[in-house]
Write a protein that binds this ligand. Structure first.
Ligand code: ASP
Length: 302
């Protein structure tokens, strides 16, 4: 039974701080990305292409913190990161600290498929993107007033000695195809006002992204530092592989128990090889959706 699930980030998202028209746009963006991935699975394409297609659309949508809608670093620049993993072979590709590449997830996939490496960073990753002909965009394409305002506020708060506020967000997709293969993809602009070349969990295989045909595919979102320290995505897979937990049990243990005890906020989406989809979060909301063969589907925020 083929299945796809996506997320557009988790955090303090409540009905009170989202206008009805904004809510509608988020739900439409999620549905559009979900359908793009699902349609590929429906016509017999594999899970890897499905997660890439879904994440590409989320990156192109400026509402989400990835690709076009990425948040700003403390220096007013935008550094993006992404990773992808293929459960059949455990092959993976990842990039971080990249600028102006239109779709970081496509670059991560190209690293996996067309290079001998797994993880490329900064100008080297950009050179590779140019060599293989991936599209680049000017700074203006990535600039959104809303994100710039978030940076300004975060800086003001830091200056006033107050908590800078959490401005996270990430997009991700996981899928099972009709051949029994799972794949996971995650892409982000990271956290607002990040400094000193900070990298989060999203491009780290095992932390933000993991896929293994023996267990499941996982994409995480939330406080990256906590997801890195708990190697969250791999932990979920390990609980299934070595402790025989179900997908739901494994996700709940990591996100609702371990992560909460550490103090980390966020969520994960996952699919297993039986076609189950699990979307869990310990934050007030997570932009999310899933769709399964035979019609079961949902997009939701809170
Ligand atoms: N995990 C991402 C990071 O720390 C942000 C997020 O998912 O909201 O960069």
């Amino acid at each position: 039974m083929y299945t796809i699930a996506i997320h557009g980030g988790a955090g303090v998202i409540s009905r009170e701080n989202l206008l009805p028209e904004e809510e509608k746009l988020y739900l439409e963006g999620l549905a559009e990305a979900l359908d793009a991935g699902y349609k590929l699975l429906e016509v017999g394409e594999n899970a890897l292409d499905a997660v890439e297609a879904a994440v590409t659309l989320l990156e192109d949508n400026m509402l989400f913190n990835a690709g076009r809608g990425s948040v700003f670093n403390s220096d007013g620049k935008i550094d993006m990161e992404a990773s992808i993993m293929w459960g059949e072979t455990l092959e993976a590709g990842a990039v971080c600290g990249i600028r102006n590449v239109k779709n970081p997830i496509q670059l991560a996939k190209a690293v996996m498929e067309n290079s001998p490496h797994v993880f490329l960073n900064g100008s080297g990753a950009e050179d590779f993107a140019r060599e293989i002909g991936l599209p680049f965009e000017e700074d203006g394409y990535f600039y959104t007033t809303r994100r710039y305002e978030e940076l300004r506020k975060a800086k003001e708060n830091v200056f006033a000695g107050q908590f800078a506020g959490k401005h996270f967000g990430t997009v991700g997709a996981v899928a099972l195809d009709r051949y029994g293969n799972v794949a996971a993809a995650t892409s982000t602009g990271g956290s607002t006002n990040k400094a000193y070349g900070r990298i989060g969990d999203s491009p780290l295989i095992g932390s933000g992204t993991y896929a293994n045909n023996r267990t499941c595919a996982v994409s995480c979102t939330g406080d990256g530092e906590y997801f890195m320290r708990s190697v969250a995505a791999y932990d979920i897979s390990c609980l299934m592989e070595y402790k025989f937990l179900s997908l739901q049990e494994a996700c709940e243990l990591v996100i609702m128990d371990k992560m909460v005890r550490l103090g980390g906020e966020g969520g994960a989406i996952a699919v297993d090889t039986l076609g189950n989809a699990t979307l869990v979060f310990n934050s007030p909301g997570m932009y999310r959706g899933y769709r399964k063969e035979f019609g079961e589907a949902e997009v939701a925020i809170y």
